[in-house]
Design a protein around this ligand. Sequence first.
Ligand code: NAD
Length: 498
Amino acid sequence: MATSSSDLARRAAGEMLNFIDGEFVRSADDGCFETFDPTCGQPYASVHAAGEAEVDRAVRAARDALDGPWGKLTVAERSALLFKLAARINERFEEFLVAECLDTGKPHALARHIDIPRGAANFTVFADLVRNVPTESYRMETPDGAGALNYGVRRPKGVIAVICPWNLPLLLMTWKVGPALACGNTVVVKPSEETPATATLLGEVMNEVGIPPGVYNVVNGFGAGSTGEFLTRHPQVDAITFTGETVTGTAIMQNAAVGIRDVSFELGGKNAGVVFADADFDAAVDGISRAAFANCGQVCLGTERVYVERPIFERFVEALKARAEGLKIGLPAAADTGLGPMVSSQQRDKVLGYYERARALGATVVTGGGVPDMPHEQAGGYWIEPTIWTGLAEDSPIVREEIFGPCCHLRPFDDEDEVVALANATDYGLCTTIWTQHAARAHRVAERIDVGITWVNCWFLRDLRTSFGGARQSGIGREGGVHSLEFYTELRNVCIKL
Ligand code: NAD
C-alpha cells in the first residue's frame, strides 16, 4: 500500500495520498473522492480516503513515534528541527501558495500575505517558546522544619488528533501542529475534505527536514461516519484539537467523552463590529470592509453584524457599499483580485440561501445579493457577490446565524448600553471589533462585550503569543503562546522532601 515516490509527481498526475509513518499511502480499497477547483467547478485531483484501517495505522504510528527517536530528542533538538521545517516551508513558499489557492480559490495576494507566512511562523513561534517557558517551583514548610520543594514538569500529552476546516487550511492546521510538535507530541491530522493539498505537501517537508516517521500523519476523508469520526473515536488518541462548526464540536465532544480525552475547540461565531461616531471614519470603513469580505467572508473572525452610531449611519452604509462594489471579483493569481470564489458549491448554495431569506424577510439589499456574471470558462465556479443588508430585525436568522459568506447586516444604535446589549445577544462569543477614538469608551465597551478576542481600531491583528479563542458556543480553551502549551502538555508536580 505504501509508496515512496514523490507526492509532487502524484499531484501532477492528479492524486493526493494519505501520509502515514513517513510514507505516502493509497487508500486500501481505492476509496477516492474528488477535490474541485473553485474557480471553474472542475475536479482537479483525486484524494485517497483513509478508512478505519488507515486511521488505525496512523494513530499507531504516532504512538510508536512517541517512544522512538522523537521522544528521545532534547527540547533544543526538537526546536531546531522545527526551525528547519519553517525554513523549508519558506523555501517552497510558491508551491504552498499555489496549492492553497488552487484548493480554496483565495487570492494569491491574501495567501502570500497571511496564510503561507503564518504557516511557517506557527512553527518558529512555538519552537522558540518551548525553550524559554519557565517552570513553577514552590518551597514549602514542613512540621520537621526541613521543608520540601515542589516543581512542575511539563510532559507531552501523547497522540493528538488535529481536525481542521477549509477556510485557512495551512494556517489553522499549523497553529495546532506547531505547538503540538514543539511540546513533543505526535499528531494525526484530518484536513478538511475540501482542502487536503497543503497538509499533504507538509508531509514531504517533514521528510525533507528529518522529522522522524510517525510524528506527523495525514488521513484524508470526511467527518461523520468517516475518517474524522474514526480518528476522534480511536482509543489511542490522547487529546483532540478541533476548529470548525459548533455543531461538529458537539459531535466530537461526545466521542472525546469516551476515555475522558481533553479537547481544544475553536468554533463558530457571529461577530459584531461596533463603530462609534467619533471613529476615524475611513479607517473604520476599511477595517469593517476587510472584516466582512476578506477571504470571501470565510473567516471565523469575520463581522456579519455591524452596529454604527446613528449620526454616521447613512454615510457609513454608503461608504461600505462603495467598498463592496469596488472589490474586483476574479481569479486567484490576478494581482487586482479582491474577492475569489467560495470554497465549494455547497458552501455557496448555503450562503445564497441566506441571500434569498434576507430578501424574503424584507431586508433592504444595499448591494449584491446574487451571483456575478463571469467569463464563460469560469461560469462553473463558485462566485458570489459581496452583499450588504439593512432593515432586518435582530432576531432574524440573518442576524443570528453564522452565514460564513461575504456579507453583513448594518443597524444604527444610539448609546453604549444599547450596542453592548446588541453585541452580546448571541450564543456565540468569538470576537468583536470596536472603532472609536475615545480611549475610555474603548476600554469600557471592550470589557462588557462577552468574547474571547476584542480588537479596537483594528481587525485580525495577531501577536501569536497572545491568547486566541472564543467564549460561550465559540469554543473551549485558548490557543496561542503559553496557552497552547497548557493544552499540549500534561503538567506534573514533583514534591521532594528535603
Ligand atoms: P466543519 O465543522 O463542517 O468541518 C471541520 C472539520 O471537521 C472537517 O475536517 C470535517 O471533515 C470534520 N468533521 C465534520 N464532522 C465530523 C465528525 N462528526 N467527527 C469528526 N470530524 C468531523 O467546519 P467547516 O465548514 O470546515 O469550517 C467552517 C466552520 O469553522 C465555521 O463555523 C467557522 O466559524 C469555523 N471556524 C472557526 C475558527 C475559530 O478559530 N474559532 C476558525 C476557522 C473556522
